[in-house]
Structures are given as structure tokens and as C-alpha cells.
Design a protein around this ligand. Structure first.
Ligand SMILES: O=C(O)CCC(=O)C(=O)O
Ligand SMILES: [Fe+2]
Length: 226
């Protein structure tokens, strides 16, 4: 039952979807990607080469095997490495501020940026970034800021082969380009989970792929211990 009683933040999710979309359409250097059923944009050269290199070095220092909110029976489901980027490193603050400034979403709603690294053969199979009700993690996600709305992702390097971000149902495949940001709405125009936002990090075939991810919530993000 999705009504104002059981789901009081649906209106916020609708509004932030429409508002960010309009903002992106008016932003120089931002392109809307033609997609089926999905609002998705690229901002070219959001980060400088130097910023990308600094963040890649920090990811290399802290990376550990990536986790999943729900256990998957498939050991190949998400094989990359990840880390939380520390706000004690100046470059991470600069980068996060750039992303917040571009999207215009209240900074408090953003989870802190994370780094992801994929070696050859590594991937993240098709998944949704939004949270699914009736899961073990749902209650704890409600306590930490609720549903995810927009996802921002920055490619930190060009990849020799493979590693595209693929939205199979929206019919979009994006090739990693250093410094470019990809931004998509995980909710539909009614503020409900949008199945067209299904996406994967395709296997890297040659070289290594580094990205930053940042997820925005429907309420201020308040990390809670697991
Ligand atoms: O690496 C990619 O291209 C996608 C990453 C992703 O979907 C995620 O971290 O949630
Ligand atoms: Fe994702």
C-alpha cells in the first residue's frame, strides 16, 4: 500500500526526481542519455585527471572485497573491491562537494562517497540500487535515511576493454571515461522503485576500472551500525 499514510516520503521522491532532472537539463556540459523508462545523464569532465589519480591511489590503499546487502547464492555476483573514502583526505571533500554542487540535492541526504575497483574479470551483475521491502536489511535502511533516490557515479579512468555500465532494460551502455559523472534516478516519476534502473558493471576485459559511487537517500543519511 503506497499512500501518504504508509509512505510519507513518496512525495519527496517524486519531487527530487523531477527537480534534479530539470536542473541537469539546464546545466552546461551535461547530456541526457536517450533511455527507455529511465532518467540518466552524463556530466563530462566533472573531475580533473589529478583528482582522479589521487582518489585512485586512496582506493588502492583501503580496498577490501565488496559487500552485498542481501547474500547472493552466486559467488560471481559482485567480485570487485570497495572502500569508504575518508573525509580526512582533502581530495575526497573536494570531489564530494563537486558532486553535491552538480546534483543540487541536499548534501545531508548523501551517503559518503565510496570507491570501487575492478580487476580483469571482475564485475557487478545486474542489480538495483534501491532497497527492496521485505528484506532483512529494510528496517536498518529505514533508520539510516530510507530509500535511495539518485545514484551518482564517477569514472576515474579509461578502461582498456570492458567495464561498461550497462542498463539492459533501459538500453543504455556507458563506456568509462576519466572524470565523467553518470547520474540516474532509481525512482520513477511517481517516486516508486523504477525497474528500468536495473544495471550492471560489466566484466573488465583488460586494464583496471576505478569508480566512485554516491547514493542519495529520501531523508538525511544517518549511518547506523549494522
Ligand atoms: O561499476 C559500475 O559500472 C556499476 C557500479 C554499481 O552499480 C554500484 O556500485 O552500485
Ligand atoms: Fe549499482
Amino acid at each position: 500500500m503506497n499512500n501518504v499514510v504508509s509512505d510519507p516520503y513518496a512525495l519527496y521522491r517524486m519531487q527530487i526526481g523531477a527537480w534534479v532532472k530539470e536542473r541537469m537539463k539546464r546545466t552546461p556540459n551535461v547530456l541526457q542519455i536517450p533511455a527507455k523508462g529511465l532518467d540518466i545523464f552524463v556530466a563530462r569532465d566533472l573531475l580533473t585527471r589529478d583528482e582522479c589519480e589521487q582518489v585512485m591511489a586512496l582506493i588502492d590503499k583501503d580496498r577490501v572485497p565488496s559487500g552485498l546487502l542481501s547474500p547472493s547464492g552466486d559467488p560471481e555476483f559482485r567480485t570487485s573491491e570497495s572502500c569508504h573514502l575518508r573525509m580526512t583526505d582533502r581530495v575526497n571533500i573536494v570531489v564530494q562537494d563537486k558532486i553535491n554542487h552538480l546534483t543540487g540535492i541536499q548534501p545531508a541526504h548523501g551517503e559518503t562517497i565510496q570507491g570501487q575497483r575492478y580487476a580483469p574479470g571482475q564485475q557487478f551483475k545486474p542489480h538495483n540500487d534501491y532497497f527492496h521491502p521485505n528484506t532483512d536489511y529494510w528496517e536498518s535502511m529505514q533508520r539510516s535515511g530510507g530509500q535511495r533516490t539518485w545514484t551518482a557515479m564517477v569514472f576515474l579512468n579509461d578502461v582498456e576493454a570492458g567495464g561498461q555500465t550497462w542498463f539492459p532494460d533501459a538500453n543504455v551502455r556507458v563506456t568509462p571515461r576519466q572524470g565523467n559523472l553518470l547520474l540516474w534516478n532509481n525512482m520513477d516519476e511517481y517516486g516508486q522503485p523504477n525497474p528500468y534502473s536495473l544495471h550492471s558493471g560489466m566484466p573488465v576485459e583488460a586494464g583496471v576500472k576505478y569508480v566512485i559511487t554516491k547514493w542519495y537517500r529520501e531523508r538525511p543519511w544517518t549511518p547506523v551500525p549494522a
